[in-house]
Design a protein around this ligand. Structure first.
Ligand SMILES: [Zn+2]
Length: 409
């Protein structure tokens, strides 16, 4: 079975076909979670699963699994990712992992390979969290951290709830989430960063995912006339927000392994000649070390309180996402590394900078991830791209990882 290889051209065609759903006029894709385009893409994936003779399971939030029976019944070796996207995405983030898993299954079908354990493909719902927070929602619900009822009542950026969208589009099935027993989980994904390309590696053997903290600060001051109010009498929310942006950059430079980003600032009333009475700002903090991540959040909060107090601005902080760092399972990491080596690819061990369903699945079962290079390190961009031969290589590593996990105990 060592010679088994996926069909690179078919994989390309499948990725391109899925990329036509929700395609943007200027290039790129928009398939926000629970939208009509997302539903259309799900129907496409479901049809492919049936075409490959997989037994399809759709749960009450809309996670779709396609199971290929093995010699034994029981827990599956699961390969998957997500097919929802951010507003201006490429074709690869998430979709690549799902299409490559289907390609691996088709390769097994064509070669009439019977695995000991069943193999399954998963498309998790709402991984991106761009329309409805939190992100990685499908896997969180699969793991039992969030109930379907609570998720249905979540309101998105357009003011509608998940429940309304599910009911309108017929998005979900009726199986309870998490019912599928999983033996191992593997996720193939584009790196979404520049490291593999820079180092001339084809495969990233992912050892873990850094922790993520999303904070939303609301700073409340008072409006005032921009021309008549002396600085010492102002309660300027925009001023505090600007100081926070500067401090967040300092955290990224001073704390080892720290990413720190202000991605959104909204001012009220947001007018040229009015001192802002309110600023809402988001902070994205990431670190592979939980202690350092906590320290970054504490230093930030102390700074915000101190700066706001001096300006007589009130502070409200909400923690929107708090996902601790995750280490993948050593045996799955070794299986991925061995598959890459067996195929003759140059690989390196690495930590994922982005969040993935795999980090949620890591506490359901033994889990690992495979990365392929992203051209220019770009992702969450319509210019996201990966060389066709790298896409093929990654899918072959997935195939052989899944095969060896499905044959062993
Ligand atoms: Zn993704």
């Amino acid at each position: 079975m060592k010679e088994l290889r996926i069909n690179g051209r078919r994989l390309q065609e499948r990725i391109a076909a899925l990329g036509c759903i929700g395609a943007l006029a200027g290039g790129g894709v928009c398939r926000l979670a629970f939208s009509r385009a997302d539903k259309q893409a799900r129907d496409h994936v479901e049809a492919l699963m049936r075409q490959l003779r997989l037994e399809v399971h759709i749960d009450r939030i809309g996670n779709i699994a396609g199971v290929r029976q093995g010699e034994q019944a029981g827990a599956v070796v699961l390969a998957g990712s997500h097919i929802d996207t951010v507003g201006s995405a490429g074709m690869l983030d998430g979709s690549y992992g799902v299409m490559a898993a289907l390609e691996a299954v088709e390769t097994l079908n064509e070669a009439c390979v019977r695995t000991r354990r069943p193999v399954a493909v998963m498309a998790f719902v709402n991984e991106e969290g761009a329309r409805f927070m939190p992100d990685m929602m499908g896997s969180l619900i699969f793991r039992g951290d969030l109930s379907v009822e609570d998720a249905r009542s979540i309101t998105g950026i357009d003011g509608t709830t998940i429940g309304e969208n599910i009911d309108r589009t017929g998005f979900a099935g009726d199986e309870p989430p998490g019912a599928l027993p999983v033996h191992r989980y593997v996720e193939l994904h584009i790196e979404q960063g520049p490291i593999l390309e820079k180092e001339g590696c084809t495969i990233g053997v992912v050892e873990g995912v850094q922790g993520i903290l999303w904070l939303a600060y609301t700073l409340r001051g008072a409006t005032a006339h921009a021309g008549t109010t002396p600085v010492e009498l102002r309660r300027d929310a925009a001023y505090v927000a600007g100081a926070v942006v500067q401090f967040v950059r300092r955290l990224a430079l001073e704390i080892e392994g720290q990413c720190a980003t202000v991605g959104s600032i909204t001012l009220q009333p947001n007018l040229v000649n009015v001192v802002a009475e309110e600023a809402r700002i988001t902070v994205d903090l990431r670190n592979p070390d939980s202690g350092r991540l906590r320290m970054a959040a504490e230093r930030l909060h102390a700074f915000v309180l101190e700066t706001a107090r001096a300006e007589r601005v009130e502070v409200d902080r909400q923690i929107r996402v708090n996902v601790p760092p995750v280490s993948f399972d050593p045996s799955v990491i070794e299986t991925v590394a061995a598959a890459a080596e067996g195929l003759g690819f140059r690989s390196r061990r690495m930590i994922s900078g982005a969040g993935h369903d795999a980090q949620i699945m890591a506490s359901v079962c033994r889990t690992g991830m495979i990365f392929v290079p992203s051209r220019g390190g770009l992702s969450h961009s319509i210019r996201e791209d990966t060389a066709p031969e790298d896409l093929e290589s990654g899918a072959n590593v997935l195939l052989h990882t899944v095969l060896s996990l499905a044959q062993s105990n």
